[in-house]
Design a binder for this molecule. Sequence first.
Ligand code: SF4
Length: 84
Amino acid sequence: MGKKYLVRYERNSCIGAGVCVVMDDKSFEMNTDGKADLKAGKKSSAYFEKEIDESELDEAMKAAEGCPVRVIHIVEKDTGKQLI
Ligand code: SF4
């Protein structure tokens, strides 16, 4: 079984550049308020979060790296290690 990862998205700080949607339209879509939404993301106090598996990691990493304000983070679920 492959590793699991968590995508954490600080939506409050999104500036609506839309890069994440271009890089990973499985996880991100633009909302009419001009910010991106994390599809199927669960809201916690500070961010939205969802679990992805290894097959989705590349695209999620590209979205996180492409975000100009770096509000998308990826964490290894088992270790809690933050990849970005
Ligand atoms: S790339 Fe970053 S700033 Fe742009 S829409 Fe996505 S989360 Fe928001």
